[in-house]
Design a binder for this molecule. Structure first.
Ligand code: DGL
Length: 294
């Protein structure tokens, strides 16, 4: 098991302000495997970039934890990734993005930090004709009101309803992405929102795990509702920012992908490929310990 060698150093000691910076990998973290849906989009949009993905599987789920715990976990994850050398930090986890983005920006400046809430809100607003938007997410994300605020900032006239759908996380991890049980759970969560006249015309998937449930969600909300997630918009935003800041990797060569987890590489490799859309084995997953970070 590798340790964070990063414990006492500051962000600026780690963060080279030189031309070498562009060739560093992009760091991305999530509470577990779900953020691999975001990594998948990032790799599609930025095929020349290397990535280090950290899944804090030992402490999953973040979505039911207090904000204070999620901020602490997020600081540790970021510190660890910074210790490995990264040029940019992407918070793939919606819950961590909702509660910890400002804490991370403050603590690790000048490291640029991108969360998924604002890109998700932009995607929802762009897709909605009528401005009636439903957001489904974890309890932590919904209760903090981050999506509601982010959507209001983009489209003040939007009517937003947010619903915590905690069971979807377990169903997605279990691989029960379609079938009777998953449909019934989806109906239970969503029918009172969508089964009314003038219901939402757009559904924002405000959780890393929900894109793999797309077929079931489509069936339950019907064909007229636009379904969006933040992964694609986050990837577009990251590409635009890296381009504007001269941070695209122009070194050539084969980009690398490092996968790190705080628990259970076997489970990570069993569940993860469904989220990443690419196969990998447990031997490709490095077990790390965040307890030494911060
Ligand atoms: N990654 C979390 C999110 O996007 C979902 C899983 C969890 O609760 O940790 O909010």
């Amino acid at each position: 098991m590798s340790q964070g060698s990063s414990v006492s150093k500051t962000a600026s000691e780690f963060f080279p302000m030189t031309s070498d910076r562009a060739s560093l990998p992009i760091g991305i973290f999530d509470s577990g495997v779900g953020g691999l849906t975001v990594l998948r989009s990032l790799r599609e949009q930025l095929p020349q970039e290397s990535f280090i993905y950290l899944g804090d599987t030992a402490r999953l789920p973040y979505g039911t934890k207090s904000g204070a715990s999620v901020v602490r976990y997020s600081l540790q994850a970021a510190q660890f990734l910074l210790g490995r050398g990264i040029k940019y930090l992407v918070i793939a986890c919606n819950t961590a993005s909702a509660v910890a983005v400002e804490a991370l920006r403050q603590r690790f400046a000048p490291l640029p930090v991108l969360g998924v809430i604002e890109p998700g809100a932009v995607a929802g607003c762009a897709a909605s004709l009528a401005g009636r938007i439903a957001v489904i997410a974890t309890e932590g994300t919904v209760n903090g009101g981050a999506y509601q605020r982010a959507i209001a900032a983009v489209r003040p006239d939007a009517r937003v309803v947010a619903r915590a759908c905690s069971l979807f996380v377990a169903l997605a991890e279990e691989g029960w992405t379609t079938g009777e049980i998953t449909e019934r759970v989806a109906h239970r969560y969503l029918d009172d929102i969508f089964g009314v006249p003038e219901g939402p015309d757009t559904l924002v998937l405000g959780c890393t795990h929900f894109p793999v449930l797309l077929d079931t969600l489509r069936q339950v909300v019907g064909p007229a509702v636009a379904i969006v997630d933040s992964a694609h918009t986050t990837a577009l935003q990251l590409r635009a920012t890296l381009t504007a800041q001269g941070l695209l990797n122009r070194r050539g060569g084969t980009p690398t992908l490092q996968l790190l987890a705080t628990d259970g590489p076997e489970r990570f490799a069993r569940v993860g490929p469904r989220f990443l859309g690419a196969a990998f084995s447990a031997s490709a997953v490095e077990l790390v310990d965040l307890s030494a970070a911060i």
